[in-house]
Design a binder for this molecule. Sequence first.
Ligand SMILES: [Fe+2]
Length: 342
Amino acid sequence: MSGKKFEQEQHTSPPWRGPRGGFPVVMKGPEYNPTRRDFLRTLSAGAGFVWLSPWRVSWASPTADAGTLRLLYYTDLHTRVEWDTPLALDMAAAKMNEQGAELAIAGGDLITDGFQSSSETVAPRWNAYMKMHRSLRADVHPMIGNHDLVAADPDDGTPPSENPRREFLDHFALDRTYRSFDAQGYHFIFLDPIEVLRRPQRYRGYIDDEQLAWLKEDLAEVNPDTPIILGTHIPLLTNFTQATEGATIANPFHRVVENNREVLDVFRAHNLLLVLQGHVHVDELIRWRGTTFITGGAICGRWWRGEWHGTNEGFGMVTLQPGRIDWEYIEYGWTARRPAHL
Ligand SMILES: [Fe+2]
């Protein structure tokens, strides 16, 4: 499988060209005060009175004892150095810094195509990503995506890396890709959902026994009422495949975590408030058994080609406060410069 095909394997269906907007719940009440510019954009797009941007939704949550936290969630940058994309990262960072977040979570796929590339090839990508990472004012906690493994299965025939996660760990001075921490009364858990396989599969979404054992140990120390925010690059739940390919089409093994029920069962006795996901590059919300699953769009949109199934290049803001959560998907205004033939 060529590198190009590998990168594209998540979007084999033709892009949907319907009205913009990644998820169907739009608040127009007291929580949403569109500016005159939003209004004019709506009219100029010929879309009638459907608000285009920003997309914002709020809901009640069982977090009475937790604090207020402005949380930035950006994912799927696919950092590279072609097509002026470092300029896009500068624009995204500037927009993110306007939000006044106290904490930031990076959802993975920070660089592009590390999995099948050599360390030398991806060095400029890491440099470009780290420049943006360091420019963010919020404290950034990164999770790993499949593209962030380096030389897991090199296309150039060189031997695979003994530890394809090493560069990710070194860049962020981490000991482990799956881990947890606490902030403002919330317990954050990040999973590493990538299992490296031989060709032709290369990888699948899976949480192995070692990680599940760690997760159970971690949760044993967490009060059942403590609100938990779980991060996983590859989704535990998404409607992406059914929405884009058909209601009876199953997810491929690399699009979702295969043992998702086993993972979610571990949280049965806990207050799993939010699951932050990436990988499919769309802005999507799912509510299931009191947990909200957010798939957070993508900084790179359609892999730097523009809009993807109604989601433009952007990032999310989560505002956590006692008893309530707000989610907003914020576009940062990039116009794709990737040539059409690439
Ligand atoms: Fe991605």
